[in-house]
Design a protein around this ligand. Structure first.
Ligand SMILES: NC(=O)c1ccc[n+]([C@@H]2O[C@H](COP(=O)([O-])OP(=O)(O)OC[C@H]3O[C@@H](n4cnc5c(N)ncnc54)[C@H](OP(=O)(O)O)[C@@H]3O)[C@@H](O)[C@H]2O)c1
Length: 238
């Protein structure tokens, strides 16, 4: 392992993309901690439990991880699209208050609370990147198809929270960058029921997407703080 890259933290490292991102960061030489909801017996490095809906637990995890090599990469790779009793809406009449709130809790509130507790751990003057996985469908300007109301709205809210928190971050840690990332359509449990109709060559493996996302993070500059970027590096409309 090469020295000097510092630490990387991956929240949701038990998921499809989170697992691939954690493995690649580790291969690149970051001292990578996998943060997962359940124990990850196959992860060869340090690991820690967390739940997005337990803010006290997030604060405790931040206290545990406070000291050590500089934290240069933080990725929040958690997310929810479907589950028992949760399915993307196909019509306005399918709107359900409980589902809307559930997706807001996991896709917007949870990552924002991770940012609340972990942005203060980034180095004060050396470069670092904090990225939360968002989705292109969270773009208001890009929404021509409709549908998937709660997922879209929760990702749009996440994008706004990222933009808002990035403004303060720029004052307190000018070399740090906070962004949202769209991974493309990736073959994971989250996308499984919705992969029909994805054009050939456009369904990425988690590892392919992880490689692109880490390259995008490496290429970000101060002008990119607060934005949302796709796997190919292009900025996504608000
Ligand atoms: N796959 C795609 O095509 C695609 C496209 C656009 C955007 N994205 C975004 O990419 C991100 C990662 O998605 P993925 O495809 O890798 O999905 P995934 O395999 O389903 O992973 C999602 C992860 O989120 C974790 N999670 C959910 N609720 C949690 C909670 N309360 N506390 C802690 N962890 C929690 C899950 O933990 P458990 O394993 O414990 O359930 C799981 O590890 C998501 O934000 C998703 O919206 C994915």
């Amino acid at each position: 392992m090469s020295e000097g890259l510092g630490r990387a933290l991956v929240f949701g490292a038990g998921g499809g993309l989170g697992g691939a991102l954690a493995a690649r960061l580790r291969d690149q030489g970051y001292e990578t901690t996998a943060l997962t909801r359940r124990p990850a017996p196959d992860w060869p490095g340090p690991q820690l439990r967390f739940d997005l809906e337990d803010e006290a637990g997030l604060a405790a995890a931040a206290a545990t991880l406070k000291d050590g090599a500089p934290i240069r990469r933080v990725i929040v790779a958690t997310g929810l699209l479907h589950a028992d009793g949760v399915a993307p809406e196909r019509s306005n009449s399918a709107l359900d208050a409980a589902q809307l709130l559930r997706l807001y809790a996991i896709n917007a509130v949870g990552p924002a609370l991770v940012a609340k507790h972990f942005l203060p751990l980034l180095p004060r003057s050396e470069p670092s990147v904090f990225a939360a996985l968002s989705a292109r469908v969270g773009s208001i300007g890009d929404n021509r198809l409709g549908g998937w109301h709660s997922y879209r709205a929760s990702k749009a809210a996440l994008n706004m929270l990222i933009r808002t928190m990035a403004i303060e971050l720029n004052r307190t840690r000018p070399a740090a960058i906070l962004v949202g990332l769209h991974p493309g359509t990736v073959d994971t449990g989250l996308s499984k029921p919705f992969q029909r109709g994805v054009p050939a060559g456009r369904l990425f493996s988690p590892d392919q997407s992880a490689e692109r996302l880490l390259a995008v993070m490496d290429g970000l500059g101060p002008q990119d703080n607060g934005g949302v970027f796709a796997w190919d590096g292009t900025r996504i409309a608000e």
